[in-house]
Structure formats: structure tokens, C-alpha cells
Design a protein around this ligand. Structure first.
Ligand code: MGD
Ligand code: MGD
Ligand code: SF4
Ligand code: MO
Length: 669
């Protein structure tokens, strides 16, 4: 048996180090790497059995071509040669008739490796295809942070160990960032307190001393209410503000008077005395640390909400002490990804299609209409908002759809051509993280399963088929990774040796990084003159004309729609709709029965779970499952979500959704 180091390729802030145990070209088991500085040898339930994904009987093993009508899932196998020939001929026809912009790529984060994730961009730029604005995740969160902190790096999560008040705000850390629990435990042993601020009592509540339940989309107001009390009672750090903060006086004068605890209470649903208590405990903490999740950024006011919360540590001077601050995300910037994406291949003026609006674009875009859709490491039929529109688009008989996938997802079912994709142990890559500062290189551990090929290999074949002779398309993925490593920023000689050997390497932050504010003024910018709204204020979310907010948050057992191939995991995530007992009683609904959540965009069937963990006026479902897992097997959670965008940065608004709920007769839909 051989043990090889590798990295978890999924879209998760932890980016765990893995030890892959393999024998005879098969992965036998997968363990966490104890030498990884942040994840320290433990894994989540998904990757603890990654071998079940790698060797799943549901893997697609050969290229396939559609035989039945669109969406029927009826395919026959073909050779790679024939598949590539078919695709490139079809594209040449489309380009001749409609121009290359009629071809639209769709990718997001099936793999996070810098080379395999981003290499498709270079190909589609070179082709002159429509560009994709990949803003599905949390660009509004990034925008909010930048508006206050500029390009200041996010703090290392290990700061948590030295904090005495840890606030998990809009993050279910036990699902989406489980390894910070290690740092939280260390802090707790030293007496730290933990708060959870969420829209319902998530599993992370068990880590917390206090749980605060806010109305969806209201957190910006809550932050302003806390600031109102801090300023009013002079609980702020005046010296810090004087030296390091821009715009505190303007905030106090022009904004905070509108956000008394009483007025904020009507927005958030929290008692005014609770808001006062939050402010006084926040001020009293020596080194408060906010770990801000993305949940609250996925609203029509998401960027402004994050911007407002990001101001909080400045008022109490938390940045100046070890363990204090706020972490939105990290970025080591050690590698230059433009070596992979090749922005210089971009043809000027090619149109840009927003990923969140593909539902409309696939059906309605004109001049030229979308005639071909190429999907790789993404599952748009399940993960994009407004599923009914997306599926209607994918069902167009005149749309030529190619899906490069490992499994028969709801997207692959609608393909004209399916190409089999590798898992991360079958290809090489270079990884960095958005939740810590570790970087790592991974080499292939086993040969590709079946005839699977990695993203880079497929783009090389497509480039050859299209007659592109640029040197770029003739290199190997190892050469591309070598180039990124050669041109690294900030790695030492011994770190480079370590990277070569596939060891996890922690990029070091400068000593005074937390107090070096990389903004135009050099200060924390509560007042940012380059913003249309120079000061933060509360904006309302969109909502819908329906009675219940619809929170659709992650489960620990899936990662977006990945891992749906695993019965051992999907059997643990039965698709519940959680509802407060009073709301269920008012609607005469029983625990366990089938219900439908519905709004103007669609209807989805769930099993009802009546629970006090969810407040009145809110319903919750966890996980994005394939359609087959929902009662009725027709639609999944995103049939209810909307294509509307965030206030800034064109982000998704997955949680800014309302629904009504009705009982369903068993099997009587
Ligand atoms: N197990 C697992 N891990 C994952 C993922 C997964 O699907 N499963 N997804 C990965 C990806 S792509 C991402 S981007 C990250 C995202 O991970 P997080 O940053 O944790 O963000 P979300 O999962 O969107 O939402 C987190 C929490 O926000 C809460 N929330 C929703 N609206 C509000 C609000 O208005 N106010 C407050 N205070 N809370 C609110 C939700 O109830 C949820 O508990 O996780 C990654 N990790
Ligand atoms: N309702 C709702 N919807 C959401 C969210 C939510 O919280 N609620 N979260 C949103 C967020 S934050 C995000 S980031 C998006 C994520 O959306 P996506 O990035 O589309 O993520 P996944 O659902 O994980 O789908 C990735 C697919 O890539 C395939 N894959 C994995 N590795 C490879 C590879 O190397 N090559 C190829 N070709 N394929 C590969 C996998 O088999 C999988 O089917 O979803 C969004 N959708
Ligand atoms: S999904 Fe996240 S927690 Fe699980 S192994 Fe991967 S990086 Fe670690
Ligand atoms: Mo995401």
C-alpha cells in the first residue's frame, strides 16, 4: 500500500490536507493529514470516505452521446475522438452562422485547484465565446470588506485561539468551516465566550454560549444598533479611532441617530435590551473576533450588510490586540492565476453573461441567442437560482449542450454530449485556500478511472480540434503549475522544496499585518468617499410577496450539489422543510407529512419537520440535492430562488426569497 499526500479539491474554506492510501491503482482509504497547519488530521464525513466517490458505481466512464429526447437521460458510448470531432464541428458551424458569442461556458467550483479550475477561461477567451461573470458565490461579501478595509489581508483564523469573544455571524461553522472548532476549543479552554448570530438555531448553536436569532436580511441594522449603543455610552476605543479610523464622527452624527435599539428591534426582531447587552459585552471583550459567513451577503442588501458589520471591530479597536478583528475570507495571493486564465486571450467587447441570470439568458438572450452551452465542474441545473427557467433553457432542442462531469447530474441528463471527468486523485493541481493561509501541490495518485480526462486535457483536445496553435495549449498541466510556483509571491526556498514534495506550506503574513490597513487613506474607512453611499446605512432586502422567509443553507453531508452520488450521505440529509410549531399549527400541518413550498417561480416538495429551532415566519431546508431526492422527484430547492442580484458586485441572492407552504396529499401531487 502506498500513502500519498493530497488536498481536498472541494469548494470549502478548510482545504484539508489528505493522506490517500492506495493499492493497485485503487484508493483504499483517505485520512486527514496531521501535518496540515489548519486542518490537523481530521476530515468531514464527506471526505472521510472519498474513496466511495472516486470508485462510485455511478461514475461516468466513457464519452456519451444523447439518443433520446432532451433530458431523458438516454445515451450511448462513443470514443473520445468522435466526441471531440462532433463538438468542434458543431462549434465551427455555430460560429459560421451566429458568431462565437453564441457559445457560452458555464463553470464554477467543482474543483478548486488553480490550474484545473481556471484553465477553461483561456480556451473560451481564445474562442471568442461569451464571457461568464462567475458571481454565484459571495462577491458581495468581498465588496463589503473592500469598501472598509481595501486590500488588507483577512486575519489568520488561528487568531481565534487568542480571542475572548468569538462571534460566528451568518456561518454554520459545523457544516461549512468545521476546522475552526479546533481554534474555538483552545480559546474556550482559556475562558472565551462564543456567540452564534443566525436566522435559526443551526447545529453550530451547540458551540455557543449565546444564540441570537435575527430576521433574514436584517444584520446590517443590528450592527448599526450595536454601534449606536457603543457610541452613545462611549464604549468605543477613542485612541484607536483617532489614529486608525476614517469617518467615525460622520457616522455618529449622520447615521447612528436613526438606529436606536428600539428602531433596530422592529427590523431584526431582537429585543432592544438584547441589543444593548450585545453592545456592552462586545465593548467589554478584550479581543473580539467575528467569523463572518456568506449567508447574510446573499441578499439584495448583502454588500452593504457586510460593509456595515466590517466596521464594528474598528469602533472597539479590536484589531490592535492579538485575537481581535473580523475574518470574511483569506487570500494568500501567492500564485499568479492569470498564467492559467490568460486574460490576454480575451477578445475585446465579447459580451458577458451573468451566471446567476443563466435561467433568463438560456431562454431569452438574443443577437445571437445561446446556441451552445459547455458545462464543466459545475451543476447549473441544481445550483443556479430559478431552476424552472434553467431547465426550460436546457430542454431547448436547438441548444447544443456539452457537459464534462463525473456523475449523471441533473445537468448531465440534458446534455447532447457528456465527457467523463477525473476526480482530484487522478490529476495534478496546485491549491490555495479562502479560509486559511496554507498552499499545497498535489500529484495524481491513481490513473484515471475508465476513460476519464481532466479539465486541462479536454481543453487541450478541444484547442487542437479548433486549430489553435498557441504554445499555451501545448503545455502539460505540470508545466503550468511549475510556472505558477516559479513566479510565486513570498515563498522561501525551503517552502518551495516543501511544495515540490506535496507538503502543506503556510504562507507567512507580515508581523504587523493586522494593523497595516491597505486602503487609500491608510485607515479603516467607515467613511469611503469613493462609494455612492459614503457611509454605511441599512438597506432593505427584496423579499417576495409571500409569508415565510426561505432559508436554504448547507448540510454537513453535501457540498453544494456535490456528493449526491453517495447514498451513505444523501440518506442522512432527507429533504426536510423545518417550520416553527405555531406556523405549522396555524396551517394544520403535521410533522413528517409531505408539503410544498411555493412562490411565483416554482413549487418544491419536502418532508415537514416541526421544530422550535426555527422562528415563526421562517422556513429552512438544508442542502442542495439532485431532483431525485425530493418527494415528487421533479424539482429541487432552487426552483424557489431568484435570479435577482446583490446591491453591489452582481452576486447571488439565494436567501432573499419568500415562499408559502401547503400540505400535499401523499402521492397526490
Ligand atoms: N458542508 C458544506 N460545506 C460547505 C458548503 C456546503 O454546501 N456544504 N458550501 C461551500 C461554499 S460554496 C460556501 S460559499 C461556503 C458558505 O458557507 P457560509 O459562509 O457558512 O455561508 P452559508 O452557508 O451561505 O450560510 C451560513 C449561514 O448563514 C445563515 N443566514 C442566512 N441568512 C442570514 C441572515 O440574514 N443573517 C444571518 N445572521 N445569518 C443568515 C444561514 O442560516 C446559515 O446558517 O461553504 C462552503 N462549505
Ligand atoms: N439553494 C442554494 N443554491 C446554491 C447555494 C446555496 O447555498 N443554496 N450555494 C451556491 C454557492 S455558494 C455556490 S459556490 C454554487 C456552487 O455550484 P457548483 O460549483 O456548480 O458546485 P457543485 O454543486 O459542487 O457542482 C460541481 C460539479 O462539478 C463536478 N466536478 C468535480 N470535479 C470536477 C473536475 O475536476 N472536472 C469536471 N469537469 N467536473 C468536476 C462534480 O461532480 C459536480 O457535479 O452553488 C450555489 N447554489
Ligand atoms: S469538504 Fe471541507 S472539511 Fe471536508 S475534507 Fe474538504 S476541505 Fe475538509
Ligand atoms: Mo460558494
Amino acid at each position: 500500500m502506498q500513502i500519498s499526500r493530497s488536498v481536498c479539491p472541494y469548494d470549502c474554506p478548510d482545504t484539508c490536507g489528505l493522506l490517500i492510501h492506495s493499492e493497485d491503482n485503487k484508493v483504499i482509504k483517505v485520512k486527514g493529514d496531521p501535518d496540515h497547519p489548519f486542518t490537523r488530521g481530521t476530515l468531514c464525513p464527506k471526505m472521510a470516505h472519498y474513496e466511495k466517490t472516486i470508485h462510485s458505481p455511478r461514475r461516468i466512464l466513457t464519452p456519451l452521446i444523447r439518443r433520446g429526447p432532451k433530458g431523458s437521460g438516454d445515451f450511448y458510448p462513443v470514443s473520445w475522438n468522435d466526441a471531440i470531432k462532433l463538438i468542434t464541428q458543431k462549434w465551427q458551424d455555430i460560429i459560421a452562422k451566429c458568431g462565437a458569442e453564441a457559445i457560452v461556458p458555464c463553470s464554477y467550483a467543482g474543483t478548486m485547484g488553480l490550474a484545473q479550475r481556471n484553465c477553461g477561461q483561456a480556451f473560451f477567451y481564445r474562442l471568442g465565446a461569451s464571457q461568464l461573470d462567475r458571481t454565484i458565490c459571495s462577491p458581495a461579501k468581498g465588496y463589503g470588506w473592500k469598501a472598509v478595509m481595501g486590500s488588507t489581508p483577512g486575519p489568520n483564523p488561528n487568531e481565534i485561539q487568542r480571542s475572548d469573544l468569538i462571534i460566528l455571524w451568518g456561518i454554520n461553522a459545523l457544516a461549512t468551516n468545521i476546522h475552526i472548532t479546533h481554534d474555538i476549543d483552545i480559546a474556550k479552554q482559556r475562558g472565551a465566550k462564543v456567540w452564534v448570530i443566525d436566522t435559526y438555531e443551526t447545529t453550530a448553536a451547540k458551540l455557543a454560549d449565546k444564540v441570537f436569532i435575527t430576521r433574514p436580511g436584517s444584520d446590517g441594522a443590528l450592527a448599526l444598533g450595536i454601534m449606536h449603543v457603543l457610541a452613545g455610552k462611549n464604549l468605543v476605543d477613542g485612541d484607536f479611532i483617532k489614529q486608525y479610523v476614517q469617518g467615525y464622527d460622520e457616522l455618529v452624527k449622520e447615521v447612528l441617530p436613526h438606529y436606536s435599539p428600539e428602531s433596530v428591534s422592529t427590523i431584526t426582531g431582537l429585543d432592544p435590551d438584547v441589543i444593548r447587552e450585545m453592545a456592552s459585552l462586545y465593548a467589554r471583550a478584550n479581543a473580539s473576533f467575528i467569523r463572518l459567513g456568506s449567508g447574510l451577503s446573499r441578499y439584495g442588501n448583502g454588500a452593504m450588510t457586510v460593509r456595515t458589520i466590517t466596521c464594528l471591530p474598528a469602533l472597539v479597536g479590536a484589531w490592535s490586540r492579538p485575537g481581535g478583528g473580523i475574518l470574511c475570507s483569506t487570500s494568500s495571493n501567492a500564485f499568479d492565476v492569470s498564467l492559467v486564465t490568460r486574460d490576454d486571450f480575451k477578445k475585446s467587447n465579447t459580451r458577458v453573461v451573468n451566471i446567476n441570470k443563466l435561467g433568463d439568458a438560456l431562454n431569452e438572450l438574443d443577437d445571437p441567442p445561446i446556441m451552445s452551452f459547455y458545462v464543466y465542474h459545475s451543476n447549473p441545473a441544481n445550483v443556479l437560482p430559478d431552476q424552472n427557467k434553467v431547465l426550460k433553457g436546457l430542454a431547448r432542442e436547438d441548444l447544443f449542450t456539452v457537459v464534462h462531469e463525473r456523475f449523471m447530474t441533473d445537468t448531465a441528463q440534458y446534455a447532447d454530449v457528456i465527457l467523463p471527468a477525473t476526480t482530484s486523485v487522478e490529476h495534478g493541481d496546485l491549491y490555495s485556500s479562502y479560509g486559511n493561509y496554507t498552499v499545497q501541490r498535489a500529484y495524481p495518485v491513481i490513473a484515471p478511472v475508465g476513460e476519464a480526462k481532466a479539465n486541462w486535457e479536454v481543453f487541450s483536445l478541444l484547442a487542437a480540434g479548433m486549430g489553435f496553435d498557441d504554445d499555451y495549449f501545448h503545455q502539460s498541466v505540470d508545466e503550468m503549475i511549475d510556472k505558477m510556483i516559479e513566479r510565486n509571491k513570498g515563498l522561501t526556498g525551503s517552502q518551495l522544496e516543501s511544495l515540490k514534495a506535496s507538503n502543506p506550506v503556510e504562507v507567512m503574513l507580515p508581523d504587523n499585518y493586522k494593523m497595516t490597513f491597505k486602503t487609500i487613506s491608510g485607515k479603516i474607512e467607515i467613511l469611503n468617499p469613493s462609494e455612492a453611499d459614503p457611509l454605511p446605512r441599512y438597506l432593505e432586502p427584496y423579499g417576495d410577496q409571500a409569508p415565510f422567509w426561505f432559508i436554504n443553507s448547507p448540510t454537513p453531508y453535501l457540498l453544494n450539489s456535490s456528493f449526491n452520488e453517495r447514498d451513505d450521505l444523501t440518506s442522512r440529509t432527507k429533504v426536510f422543510l423545518m417550520m416553527n410549531p405555531a406556523d405549522a399549527a396555524a396551517k394544520n400541518l403535521q410533522d413528517g407529512q409531505e408539503v410544498a413550498a411555493f412562490n411565483e417561480r416554482g413549487e418544491v416538495a419536502f418532508y415537514l419537520k416541526i421544530t422550535n429551532k426555527v422562528p415563526a415566519g421562517v422556513v429552512v431546508t438544508e442542502g442542495v440535492l439532485w431532483n431525485e431526492s425530493y418527494p415528487g422527484k421533479k424539482r429541487s430547492v432552487n426552483a424557489l430562488t431568484s435570479q435577482r442580484l446583490t446591491d453591489k458586485a452582481n452576486g447571488s441572492t439565494f436567501y432573499d426569497v419568500k415562499v408559502d407552504v401547503k400540505g400535499l396529499e401523499q402521492n397526490g401531487r
